[in-house]
Design a protein around this ligand. Structure first.
Ligand code: HEM
Ligand code: SF4
Ligand code: SF4
Length: 509
């Protein structure tokens, strides 16, 4: 999956790579169906005799507006199915269905049903032979449920349908998509800074693609529905209507069994055995000044700010255990995580028990002190990305973080002042980060666009950022070699920042 995604990065860039923004694309396509649907609703005549004629009118006579809008509506709805299934497959392949993610996964399952119910209902509204077939097939499917026992199918006997039935269809085709929107809102409730708007270029490109499709292959209807006969040839839209042939190949009970089993399997997936999650973040009140950075940066909304119990007018961070992903991005955001603090034991405001910031400072000091060679490099890597441990050598110290977002930017300056000639920061590519925002926040912090920022006094030539996924080890190695070479060629004036002797080292010798 990562190979496919990085291949597409070459053409689109990570920010506009559709593979990396499938959720956002899904929302966008839904908005297109809503916007085009409003126009269609206005021009549609919902009488049983008039509906087909009114659709035919704006498909053919008004093809330049109504026809294009109808096609956009159809193709956006089709694309929504594709994008949703790819999004599901992506989360599945990355194993993102258990642990703290169970909520997003479980709430995604009803979304599948709602997308299909919204789309299939749209076919009935056209009230052509295909719509009639789909409506009758769906009715036969529902009639298998004992409480219905044939009631739904009887509606389609000649002479039984009235205009009120169509008003009901319109109501359902508007109501179910609104419930879908509500379900999606629930779906992303535990995700902060959620990616719901695609980049402008991706949005425009997607719209252009749908528009060209609408011009080249406009959506057309079958002949008007006739309850006394069935059309011998139907052109199915396989995105939605595959369920009907599936039912006739098996049985209504068989289709219920398949749909139920598929949903049940998805719902049970989070219960499969999975790696134990690391201990969650913990707040150390004496080192928390209530700055809110952890609250803002947490990718899963696991930090809340509460009134400080002892300092009126101040706030104190608190972690909600069931929401915490144990990523460490909050520790990287905390101003108390700076290694320049002259305390023997560095305790920060919000820390990760599995990789405390204090232990990281000690490891960094020890490893940098042991480096030998003309050019010494400190590498900060991420356990989810390319395996940085393999870069360790006599002149290269490697510090592997649970997420690149755990790196407080001041650590880069501290490493340079403490003896390293260069600092290389690596981790997953944007969009690959297991915790969504680790890469983005780290990049912004190092570029001084986000707090806590790296001080401008740190010379840019001594810092390199290389995002490399787990399959990109050779690219990372090549980047390290290139960095080493460029550090060697720096002249004396561009030498590393003034050395810094931590006070506690001076005190303790
Ligand atoms: C039209 C349908 C869907 C849309 C528009 C949609 C949209 C989204 C969005 C916008 C996010 C947040 C992405 C981010 O900010 O990183 C998300 C996350 C997620 N979605 Fe969906 N989703 C849909 C269907 C599904 C389905 C069917 C499933 C699986 C059953 C699913 C599983 C997940 C999971 C597990 C996450 C969390 C990812 C993470 O924590 O890194 N989604 N979805
Ligand atoms: S470890 Fe990650 S998920 Fe947990 S509070 Fe910190 S930033 Fe939020
Ligand atoms: S970032 Fe640190 S100091 Fe700021 S609110 Fe969070 S724990 Fe407190």
């Amino acid at each position: 999956m990562q190979r496919i995604e990085s291949f597409f990065d070459a053409f689109f860039g990570a920010a506009a790579n559709p593979w990396r923004h499938l959720g956002a694309l899904g929302f966008y396509l839904l908005w297109i169906t809503f916007a085009t649907g409003v126009y269609l609703f206005i021009v549609l005549d919902t009488g049983i005799e008039e509906i087909h004629t009114s659709i035919e009118y704006y498909t053919h006579e008004q093809w330049w507006l109504g026809g294009i809008i109808r096609s956009l509506h159809r193709y956006a709805a089709d694309a929504l199915v594709l994008v949703m299934l790819l999004h599901l497959a992506r989360e599945l392949l990355y194993g993102r269905y258990n642990g703290f993610r169970w909520y997003s996964w479980i709430t995604g399952v009803p979304v599948i049903w709602l997308v299909y119910a919204s789309g299939i209902g749209g076919y009935w509204l056209v009230w052509d032979q295909l719509g009639l077939f789909s409506a009758v097939a769906s009715a036969e499917w529902f009639d298998w449920i004992p409480t219905f026992s044939g009631v739904t199918t009887r509606n389609f006997l000649p002479g039984m349908l009235t205009d009120r039935f169509f008003s009901l269809l319109v109501f359902l085709h508007i109501g179910i998509p609104l419930i879908l929107l509500l379900a999606l809102w629930v779906h992303i409730q535990r995700i902060s800074h959620s990616d719901v708007f695609p980049a402008r270029s991706l949005a425009l490109g997607t719209f252009a693609m749908l528009f060209v499709l609408a011009l080249v292959k406009p959506t057309v209807s079958h002949g008007k529905a006739d309850l006394s006969m069935l059309s011998p040839v139907l052109h199915l839209d396989w995105h939605y209507l595959f369920v009907h042939p599936l039912m006739y190949l098996t049985s209504p009970a068989g289709l219920w069994a398949m749909a139920g089993l598929f949903s049940l399997l998805l719902l049970l997936l989070p219960l499969l055995p999975h790696p134990k999650q690391q201990p969650i973040a913990s707040v150390n009140p004496p080192n928390c000044n209530g700055c809110r950075r952890c609250f803002v940066d947490c990718p899963y909304g696991a930090v809340v700010m509460l009134p400080h119990p002892d300092k009126p007018g101040h706030e104190l961070a608190r972690v909600i255990p069931e929401l915490c992903a144990s990523c460490g991005i909050c520790a990287g955001a905390c101003p108390s995580s700076t290694p320049f603090r002259s305390v023997d034991t560095l305790v920060t405001g919000i820390d990760m028990p599995a990789q405390p910031v204090g232990a990281l400072r000690e490891e960094m000091e020890r490893k940098i002190a042991a480096l030998a060679g003309p050019v010494k490099i400190a590498v900060f890597g991420c356990t989810c990305a390319a395996e940085t441990a393999r870069l360790e050598s006599a002149d290269t110290a490697v510090l592997n973080l649970m997420c690149a977002g755990l790196l407080p930017p001041s650590f880069a300056e501290y490493a340079l002042r403490g003896g390293a000639d260069g600092v290389l920061v690596t981790g997953c590519r944007e969009g690959s980060c297991a915790y969504r925002l680790g890469t983005r926040w780290t990049e912004e912090r190092l570029a001084s666009q986000r707090e806590p920022h790296l001080r401008a006094t740190v010379p840019a030539e001594h810092l390199r950022i290389v995002w490399a996924d787990s399959h990109e080890m050779s690219r990372l190695k090549a980047a390290l070699e290139d960095f080493r070479h460029s550090l060697q060629t720096l002249n004396a004036d561009e030498k590393r920042p003034r050395a810094y002797t931590p006070r506690r080292i001076a005190q303790h010798g």
